[in-house]
Write a protein that binds this ligand. Sequence first.
Ligand code: PXP
Length: 252
Amino acid sequence: MTAKLNVNIDHVATIREARKTIEPSIITAAVICEQAGADGITVHLRGDRRHIQDRDIELLRDVVTTYLNVELAATEEMIEIAVRTKPDAVSLVPESPNEVTTEGGLDVLGNFETIRSAVEKLKAAGIFVSIFIDPDAKQITAAKNAGAQQVELCTAEYAEMTLSSRAAHGEGAQKAAAEVSRIAAAAAHARECGMIVAAGHGLTYRNIAALAAIDDITEFNIGHNIISRSVFVGLSQAVKEMIQACQPSRAN
Ligand code: PXP
């Protein structure tokens, strides 16, 4: 089965915020992604508002007809915004102020009560809750105990391993294959726990095939690589190419 693709359009807002202006439009981007066949739109409302703004969430809620997934930290401020704007799903993510991008999964075990309480409030508002975690059995079990309906497995380590051409050969290839096995085992464990399994972070047209072959993963959240490619081929084409790349038949 082909996994769903939610396109993360944060970096359309990054370009807009570089000039603090009105273009490129995040709304136009969302519509183009949907028309190109994306199953959903993902955005990350960060505490520092470096790309997506509060108003974007409100506008996207009105415009997105497929599935709106908002990534945010489990803070009171963010939970209040989510409960008010009601995206289809919230993905709880860790956040630290100076990071370039999200660094690894949320430590559910270490912050259990805060996360459990956030999940409870979101679910009470009718929002589907996913937690972004490393592919680790203890964190998966903790996510289940916290009430999450889905986990999103962090693929950052795999992405890092596949960045260089060395990943295609020898030791590099073995390490990447071992990380794929770790992700597959985590996905199987999450499914056994009764949760839906997503994956994301650093995924590209070049490295997605091995993960697309894992049946337990039914959703991908991909942003930077699609938006990067859209600079050269246009957003619609970039999304269509990633939908193709997510077909399991492409795996070797
Ligand atoms: N999933 C989560 C939880 C993320 O925080 C991000 C980055 O915002 C992504 C997926 C998408 O990562 P990328 O932009 O590297 O595709």
